[in-house]
Design a protein around this ligand. Structure first.
Ligand SMILES: Nc1ncnc2c1ncn2[C@@H]1O[C@H](COP(=O)(O)OP(=O)(O)OP(=O)(O)O)[C@@H](O)[C@H]1O
Length: 949
């Protein structure tokens, strides 16, 4: 008996357990179906028909076709199986080598099936008869030899005839029904089962079945089996003696002997009628069997598919034997006759498939409930022990794995955190870059649109440009350069520093500025010349004043008894000279004067140059005042020394109504030398203010001095008139410039807008331009005093339009010169343009002056109030300096600008010292900032203010 371990007894198997027992079977043992081939010798009938053998057994496992094999044949010539039995082999040998091992497996509790397959008359019944008999003998021999066990043999038999199952022991019982049991498989209902008493009894039963089996005569077989026969022996065994050491373990297995009906070809078997019908059923069921075998063989090769067990009763009943819980041996019988080659090949093909089918046979064991419980307890204990062991190992390994996973999770979380940080950082950088790109793109688009607009405008006015002496290409390159500069500066400096002002505003102004004609450029150049000459005139007047002051001082020293009248005259003279200055900036001429009328006439002739106009005015003025010419040589010399270039400027000679200054100097002997020198083309007056010659006075000094003072007074009066005319000419020229531009660009002319449009429109225009001025002040480092004065004077009155426009253009001009790094782009002399460095130094000095003003001009409480207003902590050091360096530093903050202007005005005392400045002080001044020394002894801040105007 097989020893069955508990783990092997876990699966329920076939069989009907009694109420007191359970049926178990061991773990399956896989093995292939054992396939053998038996060749039947030619029968007498075949020999009589001159059939001949075409198959030859090459060895005990190979059979070969030996006759006239075509090279193109689609079937193999040789076949190999577990065993091949030649024609001379006895049935017993076939049993011994091809069936016995399987058959006797039933004695050890494994189901076993032996069946014969082959065409009709191939020897199936002949073979199975002998095999069954031999097996029965061996079984009984085994039983006899193993008397320690008690065996129980049960016999049952059935046939399937025309697809109807019948009990061969009780044919009258009628057709048998097949039932499906989930545990035991297919059950044949009401199949009679007889206990085999002994060997003879078995033989008698076999004989009985044989007598009941359907047979018939065919052309190929006189006694042809017309049904499939299944002889079943159920073998149960149990120990003869049962004890605790030898528990009750019963084995039970089924041994099937299957003799199939033979496949036949009607053409050969000459079947007809009932035989033909039988043959059809036979062939059909055999076909199903072949399909099952083929599917099972394919499944064994890895191909899965439906196995059609249920397509025939034969395969349903033999399901366990075909790939199931059984050991199976198939004996394929064949005739070697040449007459049945085709059928033989089919049989060999079936055998080839069958040998690939794998069965899984178990040892079916029956034990008592008591033993079952006992076994189950052992099994449970063993399983629990295994479970504990696996649980412990699982736990320990799980805990280690958990710790490892936790570490991995923490590591991944840290990596994720870093990745998120990097992602956020990258996103922020990306956003910044995108924003910058967007801003640059916007700026670029704006600049390009402006360039296009400027090009269109220039192309439309190129003819006009050409007629005024400037080529279109020159003008275009000038515009491109300027716009390119603005674009670069805008991107690189102002707008990258948080400035919210877009470049298009300044560009618009700049483009508008570029649209000025060559005529206006010429006029502007002339204005600059006038401005320069005016400045030199004022400087000479200042020097004259110094000379008079020294003379007066000399008089005061020489004659302490100088009467009050002379003193008053000196004071008046000083006031007059001061007035010259004021006249320079405030003087106007009578519109009805001949000079004005002449100018108006001349202005109407656009083709006449400014110089020609001025020369004509001078000629008329000379003709009118001819009586004054040559009256006083000294005065003329002085005028020449005062750098008034008559030929160039065309100013009229002024009458000298009194003693010339040179005579005054000579008489007084106050001046050591009043040397004048001519310096090239630029005549400059050089008066020595430091006379080392001692003064001598006699008794006639007083009346002569008075006379000299009167002469100087007359000179100053004339100078006033001269300056006034010069100022008026300048005003006319500026008006002319604006008029020319207005005629060319009437739609864009801001002055025209201010004069003709609604007040509301001008107001917006004014504030827009003033914002640009604020920015340009900052860019050009313009004097704080100038900014303050301008801011306080021009508040949006339509009459301010001209001043605003002039200031804006002046600043643009300055800014361009600063940016280009070279002065005089419009033909001005170099000395007229202050460098950015000198402007900043001037600005610095202004701020330092403001510090001094705060220190000397304000009380402590006033300063404290200012500190609070400007957000300077009282504990901070150098508070005054910080305030001074905060003033006028933010051109974009209106409040800041207002505070700055008010503070500067308060500190400098613009309003208190000289009263409100007039707007005319600002008119048409294109002069760059100047760093020259004082005129009237004012401090530097005031001088800057004066020079600027
Ligand atoms: N190996 C053999 N040696 C001698 N004679 C044999 C052999 N095999 C079969 N025969 C004879 O051949 C004849 C046919 O055999 P058998 O009836 O067994 O064939 P079968 O395959 O069962 O046919 P069927 O399918 O028609 O029932 C019988 O007379 C039998 O005695």
């Amino acid at each position: 008996m097989s020893v069955i371990s508990l783990p092997d007894c876990l699966e329920r198997g076939a069989g009907v357990p009694s109420e007191m027992e359970g049926r178990w079977h061991s773990r399956a043992t896989e093995e292939k179906i054992f396939v053998t081939v038996r060749v039947r010798p030619l029968s007498a009938k075949e020999l009589s028909k001159n059939d001949f053998s075409v198959w030859e057994c090459l060895d005990d496992s190979t059979i070969s076709y030996t006759y006239n094999m075509s090279d193109r044949a689609s079937f193999p010539q040789s076949y190999s199986f577990d065993k091949v039995f030649g024609a001379g082999t006895t049935t017993h040998e076939v049993y011994e080598q091809g069936a016995k091992d399987v058959a006797l497996s039933a004695l050890s509790g494994k189901n076993a099936t032996i069946f014969a397959y082959g065409q009709t008359s191939s020897g199936k019944t002949y073979t199975m008869h002998g095999v069954t008999e031999s097996a029965a003998n061996d079984i009984f021999a085994h039983i006899e030899q193993n008397d320690d066990r008690i065996y129980l043999l049960k016999f049952s038999a059935l046939e399937i005839y025309n697809e109807v199952a019948s009990d061969l022991l009780n044919p009258e019982s009628g057709p048998l029904r097949l039932m499906d049991d989930p545990e035991r498989g297919t059950i044949i209902e009401r199949l009679e089962e007889k206990v085999v008493e002994d060997k003879e009894h078995l033989h008698s039963l076999l004989d009985l079945c044989e007598t009941h089996r359907q047979v018939g005569e065919t052309a190929l077989n006189d006694i042809s089996s017309r049904s499939h026969q299944i002889i079943r022996l159920s073998i149960e065994s149990s120990p003869r003696v049962v004890s605790d050491e030898r528990p009750m373990k019963s084995l039970i297995a089924v041994l099937n002997f299957v003799d199939l009906a033979g496949s036949e070809r009607a053409s050969l078997s000459h079947s007809e009628g009932m035989r033909l019908k039988e043959g059809c059923y036979i062939n059909r069921s055999l076909l199903t069997l072949s399909s099952v075998i083929r599917k099972l063989s394919e499944a064994n090769k890895g191909r899965t598919g439906h196995v059609p067990y249920r397509d025939s009763k034969l395969t349903r009943i033999l399901q366990n034997s075909l790939g199931g819980n059984a050991r199976t041996a198939i004996i394929c019988t064949m005739s070697s006759s040449n007459r049945h080659v085709e059928q033989t090949r089919n049989t060999l093909f079936f055998a080839s498939c069958a040998k690939e089918v794998t069965n899984r046979a178990h040892i079916n064991m029956v034990i008592s409930d008591k033993e079952l419980i006992k076994q189950l307890k052992k099994e449970v204990a063993l399983l629990e022990a295994k479970l504990r062991l696996s649980t412990f190992s699982f736990r320990s390994s799980s805990e280690a794995q958990l710790q490892e996973k936790d570490m991995q999770i923490q590591k991944m979380q840290e990596e994720m955190r870093l990745a998120f940080q990097q992602r956020d950082l990258a996103q922020a950088q990306l956003d910044t870059v995108l924003k910058q790109m967007e801003e640059v793109e916007q700026t670029r688009a704006i600049v390009l649109s402006k360039i296009n607009a400027a090009e269109n405008s220039l192309s439309s006015s190129s003819d006009d440009h050409a007629s005024h002496g400037l080529s279109s290409s020159d003008e275009t390159s000038e515009q491109e350069r300027s716009i390119s500069l603005k674009f670069e500066n805008g991107i690189n400096s102002k707008w990258s520093n948080g400035n919210t002002h877009q470049p298009h505003e300044i560009i618009k102004t700049e483009v508008s500025e570029k649209q000025g004609t060559s005529a206006s450029a010429v006029l502007l150049q002339e204005i600059f010349k006038l401005e320069h000459l005016q400045k030199e005139l004022a400087q000479d007047a200042n020097r004259a004043l110094e000379a008079v002051q020294k003379e007066v001082e000399c008089l005061r020293l020489a004659q302490s008894g100088l009467n009050e009248e002379a003193a008053e005259n000196v004071a008046k003279l000083q006031a007059e000279i001061n007035e010259i200055y004021e006249t320079r900036v405030t003087g106007t001429l009578d519109a009805d004067s001949p000079v004005t009328k002449a100018l108006i006439v001349e202005e109407s002739r656009k083709s006449i140059s400014l110089k020609d106009q001025i020369q004509k005015i001078v000629a008329k003025d000379k003709a009118k005042n001819g009586e004054f010419e040559g009256n006083n040589v000294d005065l003329e010399e002085m005028l020449q020394n005062m750098h008034i270039s008559v030929e160039e400027l065309g100013l009229p000679m002024l009458p000298a109504t009194s003693t010339p200054l040179s005579k005054l100097q000579q008489d007084l002997g106050c001046f050591s030398s009043a040397r004048s020198s001519v310096d090239g083309n630029h005549q400059t007056l050089r008066l020595s203010s430091t006379s080392k010659r001692s003064l001598t006075f006699d008794g006639n000094t007083h009346p002569q001095a008075e006379e000299n003072i009167k002469s100087v007074h007359a000179y100053v009066t004339d100078l006033k008139e001269r300056v006034g005319k010069l100022q008026y000419q300048k005003q006319l020229l500026a008006s002319r410039v604006l008029e020319l531009e207005r005629n060319e660009n009437p739609e864009e002319d801001p002055v025209n807008l201010s004069l003709t449009s609604s007040p509301g429109r001008w107001a917006s225009e004014f504030f827009m331009k003033r914002k640009q001025i604020f920015e340009l002040w900052d860019l050009c480092h313009v004097s704080l005093l100038h900014r303050t004065q301008f801011y306080l004077l021009f508040r949006g009155d339509p009459a301010d339009a001209m001043y605003v426009e002039v200031e804006l253009r002046r600043l643009l001009w300055l800014r361009n010169n600063h940016q280009n790094g070279k002065p005089g782009t419009r033909g001005l002399r170099d000395e007229q343009v202050a460098s950015p460095g000198s402007s900043m130094r001037t600005l610095k000095r202004e701020r330092e002056s403001l510090v001094r003003y705060m220190k000397t001009g304000l009380t402590a409480s006033e300063r404290e109030s200012i500190y609070k207003e400007w957000g300077i902590p009282l504990y901070m050091k150098q508070r005054k300096l910080k305030v001074a360096y905060l003033i006028w530093t933010n051109p974009y903050d209106e409040d800041h600008i207002k505070m700055s202007a008010e503070l500067v005005s308060r500190l400098v005392g613009l309003w208190n010292r000289h009263g409100p400045a007039s707007k005319e002080m600002f008119q048409l001044s294109f002069s760059p900032p100047s760093n020259e020394k004082t005129w009237f002894g004012w401090n530097q801040l005031s001088n800057l203010f004066i020079f600027r105007n």
